[in-house]
Each structure stands twice: as structure tokens, then as C-alpha cells.
Design a protein around this ligand. Sequence first.
Ligand SMILES: Cc1ncc(COP(=O)(O)O)c(C=O)c1O
Length: 415
Amino acid sequence: MAVPEPDPSSLFDWPIVTEEDEQAIVGVLRRGDMSRKGTTIEFEEAWGKYLGTTHNLGYCNGTAALMAAMWAVGLRRGDEMIAPSYSYWATALQCLNLGATAVFADIDPETLNIDPDDVERRITERTKAITVVHISGYPCDMDRIMAIADRHGLKVIEDNSHAHGALHKGRLTGSIGHVGAMSMMTRKSFSIGEAGMLSTNDRSIWERAIAFGHYARQAESETDPELSRYAGMPLGGFKFRMCQWSSAMGLVQLKHYPRRMAEIDRAMNRFWDQLEGLPGLRAHRPPKGSGLTKGGWYYPVGIYDADALGGLPIEKYIEAVRAEGSPAKPGMTRPMHLHPVFQDADVYGDGKPTSIAFTDRDVRQGAGALPVTERMPGRVVTVPYFKHDDADAIARHADAYRKVIEHADELGDGR
Ligand SMILES: Cc1ncc(COP(=O)(O)O)c(C=O)c1O
């Protein structure tokens, strides 16, 4: 067995919580400050300084931040938003609540990110926005995405939920599109409970986000007379504020994040370096020298190629790695576009599926619409997510992955 003893849980535990976090949270409790905004505003400012965005708004979760971003960039009834289907549902699903709909674009088989060429092919006169996800921390091709958006007059939302701290040619992801929105929930790379953030350099997007779900903050954004008419009630009917336990923890976590993230980056690269060149499994990481980095490496995966291992099914590969003592799991289950929520759910009683309730064409995408995305459930393996650069432990886990590759022919092809 390559990993004979379980590792200390600290090798994988996340977030790293110390007395400093505890004190910060207890401070909020003792002050009775949970639902106020002072600590959240402090955290927003610190986050903006880190990310490079002038306007930042704390949220109760990433789902809410993304929904607010969709409304704030102007998605309305009948509009289309292009998004990847290979993501967590909260990248796209909320747009249905706005009466808009999602048109999914395929992904690139190497980066697993939305394919800019396919994005461009799917633009219609109804398209208002493109939402991209830096999946598993791998930065999207933002140069091409922004160029396409400019050409067609579209807004770009970056779902940065997997990529806190990831670099795209010198800029942090989440700060490059018109607006970034992200989860900061437990176990994300930047992890402070149930929380989210919207970040932008566009004051009007920030003002609209406040009007939509932050009624108690409207006084801060009173420059748009159209919006200030509605002060006192949120236009969306939502109350999206961040709990100050989370913002207090955010201030502490942010101080330590660059150093902790750098250690994860070293550890994960160490793991993949040891598997470089083997058949059947390749790292999901940007090439060295590309100017792209994966930040905190949330949800690290490898891309599996059964054909290179004599047809060994991914399930058998995973089972064998686990038998060697290292965690491995299937990485993706069902693409979003094939889920019945996007196919036939009539959520609001419109007498037709919500995904096409206000569209003038049937945008639903069935099997075969996104060939690369649809192949992925059998091709993605989640690998150990090291939080510390422990060379010996990492070598043992890499051994488990290597050993199974080297003995793939003895495991049979399962056909
Ligand atoms: C890509 C992506 N987008 C959005 C979300 C939603 O964030 P939250 O769970 O904080 O609502 C998540 C994770 O949960 C996610 O992985």
C-alpha cells in the first residue's frame, strides 16, 4: 500500500483556524454586531485592496452575489446569458429567477474552462452577458473573453468561486471582467463560513447590486436618482448581507491567505510534478511560464484518459488508487444543461419550462449539444488537496497514483 497510514488530518484540513480567528468571531458576538455592517465594510475594503477592485460588497453566499451580479449587469426577461455547463449550478441557475435564461457553451478539454470560440458562436441579439468560471482555479482565457464581449457589447461576470488568488497575466481573477462574484463558503480556497463577495471597478454595477439586495446600504450609493427613489426596500426583495462572523474571519484569513495559498501551490505542483509524463492522467494546471496560476487550487482534478491505460474504466482506476490509501473520487457527475431543472421544471407556474418562459426561441440543449462537456463525467478525477507542502506525504500519494497507472494492465479493462 503506497499510503499505509492515514495522514494527520492537518495535511488536508481547511480553512486553517487559529485563536486569531476565534477571537475575531467572539469579538463580533460579544459586541452583538452580527447583523451590522462595520466589520463587513472593513473586510470589503481589505478584499478590494487585495483583489484590485474599487467597489466590493459582502454577501451571505456566492449564489446571492452571482444573482445580484446578473441583475446588475442588466439581465432581464427574455435575455440570454452564456455560461459553461461544466460548473456548480450557481454559476447560472439564478438567471432563471430574473426571467432570463442560460445558453451553455462547451469547454476546452485541456483547461475545462468555457471555450471562447463556442461562446462567440452562441451569441444572439438576445445575449446580454457571459459568465465564466475559472474552474478548479484554472484562469479562463480572459483576453479572448473580454475581446469577444467588447466586440458584441456584452458584460462579463467572472464566477471566481474556485479561484481566489489565481493570477491571469499579472491580474487576479475576479477583477478582470465587468464584475466578479464569488463564494467564500467553507472549504473554498478563501473560506469564511457561508459568505460571498461581489467585486467590481464599475460604480454603477455596485450601486445596482446594493439596490437589489442590500437595502440597509442604500445610503452609501446615492448617486443614481433612478435607484435612490426606491431606497428603503430592495428591488430584488432579497436581503443578501454578510453575517459579520464571516467578515471578521475574512479579515483574519486574508492576512494569512497569500502565504497559505503559496504553500498549497507548492504542494499541488509537487504532487503533479511526480506524475508528469505518465500515461492516462494529466494535471489540470496551466503550463509553466504561461502567466497563469491556480491560486488556492480549490477542487483539484486530473484529466483521465482510459484509452491510454488499455481501456481501464475510470471507476476501476479510482477504486485502485483508494485501495492504495490515497483519496480519489469521480470529479464531475452530470452537466448542468442536461439536468431536468433546465429541461422541464415549471418553477413559477408559467405553463412552460422556466428556462424558456420568456424566450422567443427554445434554448434548451439536449444530449449531444456540448460534446466536450458531456464526455467529462468519465474523465475527471479529484485528487488529494494538500494544504501543506509535506514532501514525504505527497510522494506517498503520488506513488499511489503512479502505481495504479503502472499496473493498469493487470487490472483488466472491464469490457
Ligand atoms: C463555481 C461556483 N459558483 C458558485 C458557487 C455558489 O457559492 P455558494 O455556495 O457560496 O452559494 C459555488 C459553490 O458553492 C461554486 O463552486
